[in-house]
Design a protein around this ligand. Sequence first.
Ligand SMILES: [Zn+2]
Length: 268
Amino acid sequence: MKGITASFPLGCLTAVSGVSGSGKSTLVFDLLASAVPGQGSFRNIEGCAQISGMERVDSLITVDQSPLSRMQRSSVSTYMDLFALLRKAYAALPEAKSRKLVEKHFSFNTPGGRCDRCEGLGQVTVDMHFLSHLQVVCPECRGKRFKPEVLEVRYKERAISDFLELSLEESQPLLQENKKMSALLQLLADIGLGYLQWGQSVTTLSGGEGQRLKLAKELSAPAKGHTLYLLDEPSSGLHPIDVEKLHLLLSRLVDAAIRSLWLSIIQS
Ligand SMILES: [Zn+2]
């Protein structure tokens, strides 16, 4: 890139395209990103005369296809805060109150209601000495992750652990009455992630799935102020149907009056 001036409109979805090696990533991720307040100074970048207008951007979110989390404990429903809402619903049941069970007892990530043997994972690791470790179903809770008294509390005739085995789509009819949960479930179904399971670890998601889940979380709880989203080749490796769903999601982000920038490579 030599002797060029580029302008990016705010409040819409912008795609930067060009042949490989033409400097798209440098322009967007090195120059533009560095000019967002709090992201360092663009003056450090040699050859860039000026970047103006960035005072209208409050924060920057970069979405790439890197894994969401390496934490085995982070699942689709905990990541999207769906599980916290479900715990609340369980704790509000008369059955839970009579047993003196509160929200934290319905968590598999904190001690209290979870199975002590597997610490809420539903699996235990068996040391195979010279072979690699083996994961087996927990003999204490039989993979249910919770203590019996917690599992006895039923919502729609289901124990909380039963929800973890349902897909998001399957749980939709059961949770219609809860506005927050049904809105989140509908959003995830719209962007084609309805087949994911509540209890599915985010470490098992593909790059494309993780990217959409991250954007959906943004959409469900938008950051404060004006946010600039930078996406690095969001469509690479995705099936055309998934690209369509990603586009729907990005359009919704734009409709939510936030700014997106789509960097993509035109394949020659
Ligand atoms: Zn267990």
